[in-house]
Design a protein around this ligand. Sequence first.
Ligand code: NAD
Length: 333
Amino acid sequence: MKVTMITGDGIGEEIAQSAMDVIDASGADIAWDIVRAGEAVYEETGVLIPDKVYESLEQNKVALKAPMTTPIGKGFRSVNVSLRKKYDLYANIRPVQSIGALETLFEKLDLVLFRENTEDLYAGIEEKISEDEMRSIKVITRKSSERIIRRAFAYAKENNRSSVTVVTKANIMKLSDGLFLDIAREIAAEFPTIEFKEILVDNMAMQLVINPYQFDVVVTENLYGDILSDEMAGLIGGLGLVPGANIGDEMAIFEAVHGSAPDIAGKNLANPTAIILGGCMMLDYLDKTKESNNIRHALDVVLSSPENFTHDLKGTATTSQFTRAVIEQVQQQ
Ligand code: NAD
């Protein structure tokens, strides 16, 4: 099976290689079509996303993507946002699950965040009124809201999850967030066996650090989802552990939730767990669940021994030592 691998910036290449090595060791039989995008490519060629990336994606329809740096304030749209918009990858799914024996704020946590991925303040509609006034327009449509909320409920039903919580700020953004909330109420009525909860985003941010176990599946708009998923990652040990899927009707791109971590790039310090778990989500999508379960179990075992902890987990293992440990475990199982 051929899939696209987009290697990125910063720690991107190191962790992309780690993910490919682990997936290859699982025997999943993936042929990697490796392409590059991001800031480093831009500096070499003047193009952030070369045509080769689009061609590969359109041919393979499935990709694993390493993080990329978005140059700030130079009029660039992020590679991630561009790909999500271009291919209408409307569902951003981020499972936040405790792993191994890490010392974390909470144990045995299992949340799944569904984030709308194509509109909200990410729609890219910005206007300069004057040198001293800029505006960004928030876009919420029935079509995009319906499909992400429906997907969250369908996931909850298929996976025997107990509740779906919708997060908005509908008390203030009465029209835009009001529409999102109204649609959530309509769809909730179609799923009477699943408990439906509503919460405002500021309260959600606090409840998550007080008692995250009260949540199960969470569905929200683009910007709130971006922020809350980083917060959720913090509850289980940090950004190095949480994967994400960007799924549309015809294409799916899997990734780590975190960015290119320029502060530790090129130092063999990055934790590749998140992108490896992104690879597991990709294998599930390709119906290679035997291999994905094998890798997940290996990660759980490896992350149960402090000698394998990377620097973000207060350990001393390098990216390559960690990767070797996971590969050995995958091959033993
Ligand atoms: P970041 O996620 O790159 O890093 C935040 C902090 O977490 C840093 O201290 C970093 O060292 C640490 N960290 C992140 N991933 C880690 C890992 N796998 N192992 C160990 N430590 C890890 O966020 P940032 O610094 O705000 O952003 C850097 C760049 O990444 C920006 O240009 C941003 O636009 C971009 N970004 C890209 C994506 C993506 O490509 N999907 C997502 C978010 C941010």
